[in-house]
Write a protein that binds this ligand. Sequence first.
Ligand code: K7E
Ligand code: CUA
Ligand code: CA
Length: 634
Amino acid sequence: MGKRDNDKPDSETAGGLSRRGFIGASAAIGAVGSAAGLLGGGLLAASSDVRAAGQGKADVAPGELDEYYGFWSGGQSGEVRILGVPSMRQLAAIPVFNRDSGTGWGQTNESIAILGESHKRGWQNGDTHHVHMSYTNGSYDGRWLFVNDKANSRVARIRCDIMRTDKITIVPNVTSIHGLRLQKVPKTGYVFANGEMIVPQPNDGRDLENPANYWTLFSALDAETMEVAWQVWVDGNLDNVDTDYAGTYAFSTCYNSERGVHLGDMMRAERDWVVFFHVPRIEAAIKAGKFKTIGDSKVPVLDGRQAAGSDFVRYVPVPKNPHGINTTPDGKYAIANGKLSPTCTIISLEKIDHLFAGKINEPRDTVVAEPELGLGPLHTTYDGRGFAYTSLFIDSQVVKWSVEEAIRAYGGEKVNYIHQKLDVHYQIGHLKASMAESRDCDGKWLMALSKFSKDRFLRVGPLHPENDQLIDISGDKMVLVHDGPAIPEPHDCIMVHRSKVRPKAIYTRDDPMFAATVAMAKADGVDLEKDSKVIRKGNKVRVYMTSLAPSFGITEFKVKSGDEVTVVITNLDTVEDVSHGFVMTNHGVGMEISPQQTASVTFTAGHPGVHWYYCSWFCHALHMEMSGRMLVEA
Ligand code: K7E
Ligand code: CUA
Ligand code: CA
């Protein structure tokens, strides 16, 4: 294969053999068995002219701040990450479902309380795919982030003022929360979550070998309480979800309308569907008591299967095993990505109104275009100027196309709606433009989250990083400006203008994160701002101490081997950035105590002897000396 012109569609590629032709029918639609069959053949480095065009565009000088906060899901790391965009500097990792050695997440009493049932069950992994920020009137409001856990069927909320998780909910009756999106208008009242895998209902041992009785449900969580408000029982399964800008609909793709349990079964149908949920009608049905419950769960469940003939759910057939679904920022269309079909399906939300109103009877009549874009369309994003950008997994490309031109072409007009195809490296999954999922879509940057990096970085062993590629979309042509290795495995990200996010520099003393610990101290007669003291109740010992660089309020305390020891530390430092840590050596204990934070950890005192504890954040010239001894008696 010769040198490729990265700005031209495949059909114009030099060398006479387009990549589409090269990978040929074996990768195309339907007959695909193995992942290898879905991989494109042409894995070529960017040509030097492309490299030159992008050089320096993502530079943010030392000391300068990025214009955007990027929030990345961390995939099977179970965390959420914050990157500065355009520099792609990783600024923070927010522990969510994972055990985090640095902060003590999953070990401190404060985080254990938030992990709740997950901690009781001993879960220390997660699989975050979709992170989204709360909205007010369709604009990001900087209040919360929400993220799914595909691994353990959970939804978590992160407070953006301190960038810490504050609620985790295990969603009942479903297996694998995959798609997650938020109500945008009038505000994020609901968090919508898709149950991906189908299981017996209830999943209590019945129907194990009877997949015909496997089902899944669509869930709505109350964003304030994080309780599951209601669920809708659906046909098929649920993959990705998005919402409109009117507060009426959520809509989910389904790739397994067949309700198959094997790959071949799931690809049998030429079309699956997008299922539309009419939220006000669902609320009315719940209010009218038309629900039931499943098993031990108290969550109200409505029957949204087609046979039930409800007025609150409609199924719009789309080709084939669709994946992403993305609302245009003008709120007019929902665009479903065909995955095993080379097309996207543009569904008019005005026509969905007509479908629910009975003015349209045939669900397919809500489709206003089905442009052919390339192989393996997974996700679509927007620039606010009428262009859509779709990731092509098999082609390893981003295709820039015009939504209105695609609609005109569907109407019979001769118009080439594809404006550019840009190679990415390689096997792109999600892509996301800056502010693209809000009314403030600004069309500056596009992130291409490529699944394979192959030859783009120094080899680091068999597990390669992913490659998050930053693309400048502010001009007529997309220009690749940066390759960003990412450890496994971000699926999705959002890029939020820094004006929308205002995290605190230090904690406030009344932060709910440690309110329970403060209340415990009060009950023990301890003033956390002043006191350092040891309180013993039987074999339970509470060690209250302050920290102020470079010392702990207590440098020596005595316990008995086997005592249950709770260390409570209040960081009295008020200077931004003076975080301390507490590590009890040889006890598996470590945690963060940032300025004005109170944190606590409970452990069992080990063998008799001297056990040093030390501060783990380099906080002061005398940081090494910031230590103390736990004297353990026999
Ligand atoms: Cu496409 Cu889980 Cu959003 Cu991965 S999902 S790519
Ligand atoms: Cu405190 Cu190091
Ligand atoms: Ca299917």
